[in-house]
Ligand binder design. Structure first.
Ligand code: PMP
Length: 465
């Protein structure tokens, strides 16, 4: 216990902080005094098991000793140097990602560090438009890629787009190399439960085996003119959208983007660094992207860090380009020290393989809930990222109707997710999530079996209600 005056904290918090995901009237201060492993600890000593892993981003657990020690060591040597100078940490973080994780003999060429996932996606868009010298980009329904201007133009989870929109698609474009304006076209997402093209999985393949949603996307790009399209951007599993694709979807998207000669940008901000039981989610599908964006698990969020990895051809091109802009904190030495320790810890503890195994146990226990509770619909996920949709009936009718872009006008207090969260809290388990009908579960990569059991018991109790 510390002697912090939590009454004052609450007063200043309410008076001065601009809120997220709540109006000031809806907002309630949730004071957290410390964090540990998969737990948040409140000033009165209450320990909350965090099934949200904050924002799915504390992959190696809260207050990881190896990372904390590395940060302290780094602070003994560095305050700050910007990206034109090289700390040993920055070079080593790059080596760990390019050689030890991705394998330098495969696709990756070079990396640029940034500070957030949104910034990583902004950077990827900039590079793709510059490299291809084309303005347009393809995104998908239910996508979340961040909230800054370019990233927001890719985001289709409507409530999270913050009113920052892409250039009007009807406006005539005058394209200047590298400029950030262009048409962002929206492809269907591989939502087999509620197919936007009204197909049924199993009878939606053409004679070549291509899925209808891939064919639709292909035609969309062909009609727009692939020579105007720089890239298609995809999450492999749509995190905020909570959509897990059928197994052939990702390889077919990769094949299509190659055939149409557009870049394929994979957003691994949420899924990278072991969350799905592989270092990166795309690795489940035997494909290689052109650009990958990452953040969150890159530093396990001890200090903000993000990155963009580009393929060898793009790296050669960028080597000829004098890139006269940078974020002040790109490659911040203290963040890079955290990244190095985080990755080394994951390797030493074999955490990615461990998350894969943990995923099997998670699935088994979640399917038990599905057997017991008629309101538990489809269960999807892998590793330590799971999505459980709550439904009204056996036809998977959603409690809260969502339109094509996941908008909802209903009162948040009626959302199944908020009702379940309130009940699970009585058992000391925290379930976050902004998707009204879906329990989105994330934990650290080395959550214990006991804590998974505790989580399932709390969900069982909440679902009973
Ligand atoms: N892409 C994906 C897939 C994400 O889940 C997020 C964050 N939830 C972002 C991008 C944006 O990252 P940040 O919040 O660090 O800007």
């Amino acid at each position: 216990m510390t002697n912090i005056d939590w009454k004052k904290v609450e007063e200043w918090d309410n008076k001065y902080i601009l809120r997220t995901f709540a109006t000031q009237d809806e907002y309630q201060t949730v004071p957290i005094e410390s964090t540990e492993g998969d737990y948040l600890i409140m000033p009165d000593g209450t320990r909350l098991l965090d099934l949200f892993n904050q924002l799915y981003c504390v992959n190696t657990g809260q207050k990881n000793k190896k990372i904390n020690d590395a940060i302290k060591d780094a602070l003994d040597r560095y305050g700050f140097v910007w990206d034109a100078y090289t700390s040993d940490y920055k070079a080593k973080a790059a080596k760990l990602i390019m050689e030890d994780i991705l394998g330098e003999e495969s696709w990756p060429g070079k990396i640029r560090f940034v500070s957030t996932g949104s910034e990583a996606n902004e950077t990827a868009l900039f590079i793709a438009r510059l490299f291809k010298n084309r303005p347009n980009v393809i995104t998908r329904e239910h996508a979340y890629h961040g909230w800054t201007r370019g990233a927001s133009s890719l985001t289709r989870v409507k409530g999270t787009r913050s009113g920052i929109t892409e250039t009007d698609p009807n406006t005539e474009q005058r394209h200047v190399p590298g400029q950030q304006d262009g048409v962002v076209a929206v492809a269907p997402s591989p939502n087999c439960l509620r197919c936007p093209l009204s197909h049924k999985y199993g009878s939606c393949h053409d004679e070549t085996g291509e899925l209808a949603c891939v064919t639709y996307t292909r035609r969309m790009i062909e009609n727009q003119g692939p020579e105007q399209v720089a890239a298609m951007v995809t999450e492999i599993t749509q995190g905020a959208g909570s959509i897990h694709p059928p197994k052939e979807y990702i390889p077919q998207i990769r094949k299509m983007t190659k055939e149409l000669d557009i870049l394929w940008i994979v957003d691994e901000v949420l899924t990278g660094f072991g969350r799905t039981g592989e270092w990166f989610n795309y690795q489940h599908y035997g494909v290689e992207p052109d650009i990958v964006t990452m953040a969150k698990g890159l530093s396990s969020s001890t200090i903000p860090a993000g990155a963009v990895v580009v393929n060898k051809e793009i790296a050669e091109f960028m080597d000829q380009f004098r890139w006269e802009t940078v974020s002040t904190y790109s490659g911040h030495p203290i963040a890079m020290a955290a990244v190095c320790a985080n990755i080394e810890y994951m390797i030493e503890e074999n955490l990615v393989a461990k998350a894969k195994e943990t995923g099997k146990y998670f699935k088994k226990r979640l399917l038990e809930l599905q057997d017991k509770h008629p309101t538990v619909g489809p269960v999807n996920g892998a590793g330590v990222l799971w999505m459980v949709e709550l439904v009204k009936d056996a036809k998977n009718t959603p409690f809260i109707k969502l339109d094509r872009n996941t908008t909802h006008e209903a009162d948040p207090s009626t959302f199944p997710i908020n009702i379940i969260n309130a009940k699970a809290l009585e058992k000391g388990v925290l379930i976050g999530g902004f998707v009204p009908n879906t329990l989105r579960i994330g934990t650290s990569l080395d959550i214990s079996k006991e804590d998974i059991d505790k989580a399932i018991d709390a969900l069982d109790y909440a679902l009973d209600h």
